[in-house]
Design a protein around this ligand. Structure first.
Ligand SMILES: *Cc1c(COP(=O)(O)O)cnc(C)c1O
Length: 361
C-alpha cells in the first residue's frame, strides 16, 4: 500500500466522454472554442471575479500577467514558493528581489518598503498553501509607491476573504489548474483581474500578439484547448463536495496533531474561506526528536509519501541571478523544516490515522 502526497481528482470516464462528444461535431479543438468559453463563464462566477482569461498552464499565465502590465524592473517577491514564480519574473525580463516571510509563510509586508528602490515596479505575493498574503496592507503600500500588485494564487482556488474572491485583490491574480491542484484541467490556469482594459492585452499576449489580421505586440502561445476545458467542466461540477471531503481530512489531521511537541501547524488568516489544498507541518527537530528529512524518509519506508515543499528555495540557486538567502533567514529556515503530508479529496480517516500513527512513532 502507498499513500501519495496528492492524487488528482477524476470525473467518471463516462462523464468526461459525454463532455468531449461535441468536439467531434464542432471539430473545434482549440483557440477559444465553445467548451473553453463555457468553462470561462462558469469559473468567473465560481471564483467571484470580474474578468478571467484561461491559459494552457498557470506558469505561462503568470508570465503573461507581468508582460501585460508592461513591467520592466525589480519585482519584490517571496523565495518561499514554487520555481514558477521566479521563473516567470526572469522570463518576462524583470529582476526578482526577495523579501522574507512571516510566521504564516506569506511575504512579510512590514519588510516590503525597505526593499523598494527607484527600479521597483511591482509586488508579487504568493498565497502559500491557500493561506493569503496581507492583501489590504500590500495594496496600501503599492498605492503609496505607485506599484502594481500581482498574486500567485496557484494554491488558492476558491478561497474567499471579506466576502470577495481572492482573485479580486491586486491588479492580476494567477490560478493554476495543474493536475495536482484543488481544481484542475489536466494542465491549465487563468488570470483574474478587475481592469477591463487588460482583457485585450492578455488575450493577444496569449495568442502570439495577434489581433485579427494584425500583429500588435509581442506574445506567446498559451491557449487552453477544448479537451482541457472539458476536464474543467467535469471537475467543477464536483468541486464543492471535494473541498468538503478535504475539509474533513484537514480537520482530522488537526485533531491528531494539535499540541504535539515539536510539530507546528499553520494558522490560517481569520475569516478566510479556505480550500484545504495542503497540510503542511513544521518539524522542530530539537523538540520533536527527529528532523524533517528523517521524518520524510521514515514515512517513505512505510509507503507514505510526504513532500518537502517548498525546498530548496529558488533563491538558493545561482541560476536565478544571485544567492539572496542571507536576506531571507526565515524562509531559509522554514524550507529545512516544512513537510506537506498527504491531502486530497476522499483521503480517508483511516489513512490519516495511519499517517499520524507512523509520524508520531
Ligand atoms: C503549481 C504552481 C505554479 C505553476 O502552475 P502550473 O499550472 O503548473 O504551470 C506556480 N506557482 C505555484 C506556487 C504553484 O504551486
Amino acid at each position: 500500500m502507498s499513500i501519495n502526497v496528492t492524487r488528482s481528482s477524476m470525473p467518471s470516464y463516462e462523464e468526461y466522454c459525454e463532455e468531449i462528444k461535441t468536439i467531434w461535431d464542432t471539430v473545434h479543438l482549440t483557440n477559444m472554442g465553445p467548451i473553453h468559453n463555457k468553462l470561462k463563464e462558469q469559473l468567473r462566477e465560481y471564483l467571484k471575479v470580474q474578468n478571467i482569461e484561461l491559459f494552457v498552464n498557470g506558469h505561462l499565465a503568470l508570465y503573461t500577467a507581468i508582460r501585460a502590465l508592461g513591467l520592466k524592473g525589480e519585482i519584490i517577491t517571496t523565495p518561499f514558493t514554487f520555481a514558477s514564480t521566479t521563473n516567470a519574473i526572469i522570463q518576462a525580463g524583470c529582476t526578482p528581489v526577495y523579501c522574507d516571510i512571516k510566521d504564516d509563510y506569506t511575504i512579510d509586508e512590514s519588510r516590503i518598503e525597505s526593499l523598494i528602490t527607484e527600479n521597483t515596479v511591482a509586488i508579487l505575493g504568493v498565497h502559500v498553501y491557500g493561506n493569503i498574503c496581507a492583501v489590504n496592507e500590500i495594496q496600501h503600500i503599492a498605492d503609496k509607491h505607485r506599484l502594481k500588485v500581482i498574486y500567485d494564487a496557484a494554491h488558492a482556488f476558491g478561497v474567499e476573504y471579506q466576502g470577495r474572491g481572492i482573485g479580486d485583490y491586486g491588479d492580476i491574480s494567477m490560478f493554476s489548474f495543474h493536475a495536482t491542484k484543488v481544481f484542475h484541467t489536466i494542465e491549465g490556469g487563468c488570470l483574474t483581474f478587475r481592469d477591463n482594459t487588460l482583457a485585450e492585452k492578455i488575450f493577444q499576449e496569449r495568442n502570439f500578439g495577434v489581433a485579427g489580421e494584425a500583429l500588435t505586440r509581442f506574445g506567446t502561445n498559451a491557449k487552453m484547448n477544448e479537451f482541457q476545458a472539458a476536464m474543467g467542466i467535469c471537475n467543477l461540477r464536483h468541486i464543492d463536495e471535494e473541498i468538503l471531503t478535504r475539509k474533513a481530512a484537514f480537520e482530522h489531521y488537526e485533531e491528531r496533531l494539535a499540541g504535539v511537541k515539536g510539530i507546528k501547524l499553520l494558522k490560517f488568516t481569520d475569516g478566510l474561506k479556505q480550500n484545504y489544498a495542503y497540510y503542511p507541518i513544521l518539524v522542530e527537530p530539537s523538540d520533536f526528536g527527529a528532523d524533517r528529512d528523517t521524518v520524510a524518509i521514515k514515512l517513505g519506508e512505510q509507503g507514505i509519501f510526504a513532500r518537502k515543499y517548498f525546498y530548496p528555495l529558488v533563491s538558493e540557486n545561482k541560476e536565478f541571478g544571485c544567492d539572496m538567502t542571507a536576506n531571507t533567514p526565515k524562509a531559509l529556515a522554514l524550507s529545512r523544516k516544512i513537510l506537506c503530508l498527504p491531502l486530497y479529496a476522499h483521503l480517508t480517516t483511516e489513512e490519516i490515522d495511519l499517517i499520524c500513527d507512523n509520524l508520531l512513532k
